[in-house]
Structures are given as C-alpha cells and as structure tokens.
Design a binder for this molecule. Structure first.
Ligand SMILES: Nc1nc2c(ncn2[C@@H]2O[C@H](COP(=O)(O)OP(=O)(O)OP(=O)(O)O)[C@@H](O)[C@H]2O)c(=O)[nH]1
Ligand SMILES: C[S@@+](CC[C@H](N)C(=O)[O-])C[C@H]1O[C@@H](n2cnc3c(N)ncnc32)[C@H](O)[C@@H]1O
Ligand code: SF4
Ligand code: SF4
Length: 339
C-alpha cells in the first residue's frame, strides 16, 4: 500500500489531472475566448512543457503518495504530438489504476484506436450542443457536431469507455438540454451536465447564466422520469440519476449550486509542470525546476507532501458568498491547467 497524504481538511490526494498542452483548436467562449486567445497570444514554447519522461517520473512519485487515478487533459490533449506514447508510459507505472482523458473530440476519430492500444481506459468527450450552427459558434472555430460524433463512434469501436460533458449556459445552449439527453440516452452513453463556472479571468461569468442542476433534472424528469442513485466512489464529482426503468444514467456537476470541495481529492499539474491544489488557484508550485535541477524522487515527494499538507482550498464552497466584483487576484486559466 502506498502512503496516503492528507490536507488540512483531511482530504487524501487521490487523483492527478495532467495537462499536456495549453493549446487548443477550439475557442469556447467560456474557456478560451477568441478575443483573448487570439493570433498574438503566446502559448508555452516546447522546451517549457514537461517532457513525457518528466510527466511519467512525476506520475510515479504521485502514485507513491496515494494517487491512483490519472486524467489527461489540456488545452486539447490531442494537440500534443505522440500522446499514445505518453499513455503507454503512464500505463507502466505501478499504482496507476485508471487512466482517463478529457477531449473536445474533434481529433479523436484518428487517435482512438492507438490510445486504447496504449492503455487508455476511458474518454470524456465535451459536447455542448447537437445543433451544428450553435455548436460552431460555441466552439469559436466552426467545428461540426459530426466531427465530434465521429470521434465518439471511433472511441466506442476501439473499446474505450465513454462519458459526455456538456457545459450549460442559460440563453446560450440550455435549449439543448433535452435533445442532448434524448440522444445520449438512445446512444447509451452517460451524459453529464456541468454548471457554467467562473474559471480563469476572461470568460465573462455571470450567475444568471448558470442553470442550476436542480432545474436541469426537473426539465428532463418531466419528459423522462429520473431517480437518484448512489455515487460510484468517494468524492465523485457528478451526482448520478438513472432513467426509470433503464440502466442508463446521467450526471450533474454542480460546482456552483452544490459545491463538492469537502471531498475534493484532486491535484492538477499544468503543462509546464506547476502543481495546483485547486481549479481556482491563483498560483501553482513549480515541479519542473526541481526535476531539471536533478533533485531526487524523495526530495520531490517531500515537496508534494508539503504542498498537499498545507492545502486548505474550498473555492466553490465560498464562491456564492463572494461579493461580485470583489478585487481578487487573477486565477489560473482552465485551459492552462486542465479542467
Ligand atoms: N469546481 C470544480 N469543478 C470540477 C472539479 N473537477 C471537475 N470539475 C468539473 O467537472 C467537469 C467534469 O470533470 P471530469 O474530469 O470529466 O469528471 P470526473 O467526475 O472527474 O470524472 P470521473 O472520473 O469520470 O468521475 C470538469 O470539466 C469541470 O468542469 C473540481 O475539482 N472542482
Ligand atoms: C478545459 S477542458 C480541457 C479538455 C478538452 N479541451 C475538452 O474540452 O474536453 C475540460 C473541461 O472543462 C470544461 N470547462 C471549461 N470551461 C468551463 C467553465 N467555464 N465552466 C464549466 N466547465 C468548463 C469543458 O467543457 C471540458 O469538459
Ligand atoms: S473547453 Fe476544451 S475545447 Fe473548449 S476551449 Fe477549453 S480547452 Fe479548448
Ligand atoms: S473548487 Fe477547488 S477545492 Fe473545491 S472542488 Fe473544485 S478544485 Fe476542489
């Protein structure tokens, strides 16, 4: 059994979410708005990115202090060249029980088979609408729904387990809630509805654009009756509901209206090797420098123990009490550290 480390709120470190690139081919308004992430925006140069060897070494150190779940994310993780090679390297690490990836799905069709063969267990594909025009607008680059559906199909054919993520914004895509629910119920994939969050510094978040999960459940329940079911594991982010009379389910990720910080076991590693103890953190701790300065595994492990031991984050829990417009320090961008 590996060591378990606890933060100041007794939360163990269990999941590591690894961002492999800060780049993305989409410009979702709620994440990387085109007016900010324009042609002049400077993304990380290659030498600042953690190499696959560095990521794998850190994964090994993290598993020795209790991490079992790995999620590959970004930016768009499939923009990172030779990603299957990284998956293969992480798969070899003792203690890694589950490797998942979050992707916008646009490049998945051509990579799904290689990812599965390399050892990826699961993909979560983000899709906000089945309406091509609206989807093209939301992704900021005119990508088609069919590009993503082909990716989902290829992932299913390759034998990857699949979930869908839909960020719901009132007045933007809330009319897609029912069509998405019907479609993925039919397709037998679990769809999770995510409350629009105030991540990063530039997504123009307003509370009145958040559709509370309770309302989403109500809207679906009126047409397709739902019943709540237990979480799959301690600290599961989504609350689960099953369509009555079926074994199909949906998930609700309610970080705005029902914060889940008290069971948050997630650490996030940015593409340049900074460790963030919260999605809403302003600063991360640099792990790349110690890696490149020749520090030993034990020295880096001790640094991680110290960071996690001091952790007190509970941003979502305090968010609703925050005064809008309060002068807070800039938070890290979600595309930078992964969702
Ligand atoms: N506030 C907050 N939101 C989170 C956190 N983790 C995930 N989310 C949100 O939930 C979405 C879904 O996360 P995923 O990584 O797909 O889901 P997951 O629940 O970790 O995945 P499973 O392992 O399949 O249960 C993310 O895109 C974020 O929007 C978190 O720690 N804090
Ligand atoms: C940052 S993306 C990275 C992975 C990949 N590019 C994708 O879109 O799946 C991870 C997840 O964060 C979600 N996300 C981004 N901005 C968000 C926001 N403001 N509120 C809620 N979820 C958000 C996305 O929908 C996506 O499911
Ligand atoms: S949510 Fe994902 S696909 Fe959309 S801009 Fe952010 S990183 Fe790219
Ligand atoms: S807001 Fe921070 S502490 Fe709370 S669940 Fe999200 S990442 Fe964890």
């Amino acid at each position: 059994m590996s060591e378990q480390i606890l933060d100041t709120r007794n939360r163990p470190l269990r999941d590591l979410r690894i961002s492999v690139t800060d780049k993305c081919n989409f410009r979702c308004q709620y994440c990387m708005p085109a007016e900010i992430f324009g042609p002049d925006f400077e993304f990380l140069p290659q030498h600042k990115l953690l190499s696959f060897e560095e990521i794998t070494r850190l994964t090994r150190i993290f598993t020795s202090v209790g991490v079992g779940k790995i999620r590959i994310t970004g930016g768009e993780p499939l923009m990172r060249k030779e990603l299957p090679k990284l998956i293969e390297m992480i798969r070899q690490v003792d203690g890694v029980q589950d490797i998942a990836m979050t992707t916008n799905g646009s490049l998945l069709a051509r990579h799904a088979k290689a990812l599965k063969e390399a050892g990826l267990d699961r993909v979560t594909v983000s899709l906000d609408s089945l309406d091509d025009e609206r989807f093209g607008r939301m992704n900021g680059r005119g990508y088609h729904v069919s590009d993503v559906l082909k990716g989902i199909e290829a992932a299913a054919e390759a034998g990857l387990s699949i979930k869908l993520n839909m960020v719901v914004q009132r007045g933007v895509n809330d009319e897609d809630i029912l069509p998405m629910a019907r479609f993925f119920r039919e397709q037998k994939h679990t769809l999770r509805f995510i409350e629009f969050m105030d991540v990063g510094n530039s997504n123009g978040w307003k509370l009145d654009q958040v559709v509370p999960s309770s309302e989403i459940v109500q809207r679906i329940h009126e047409e397709m009756p739902l019943t709540p079911i237990d979480p799959n594991y301690f600290g599961e982010v989504a609350s689960r509901y099953r369509y009555v009379g079926t074994d199909q389910e949906i998930g609700l990720i309610s970080s705005v209206t029902q914060a889940f910080c008290s069971t948050c076991t997630r650490a996030r590693l940015s593409a340049e090797g900074k460790l963030y103890s919260c999605l809403f953190a302003s600063v991360g701790d640099d792990l790349r420098a110690p890696l490149r300065e020749g520090k030993s595994d034990e020295e880096i492990r001790e640094q991680i123990r110290t960071i996690w031991g001091k952790r007190d984050d509970r941003y979502s829990e305090v968010r609703l009490n925050d005064t809008p417009g309060l002068n807070k320090p800039d938070k890290v961008e979600m595309s930078h550290i992964g969702g």
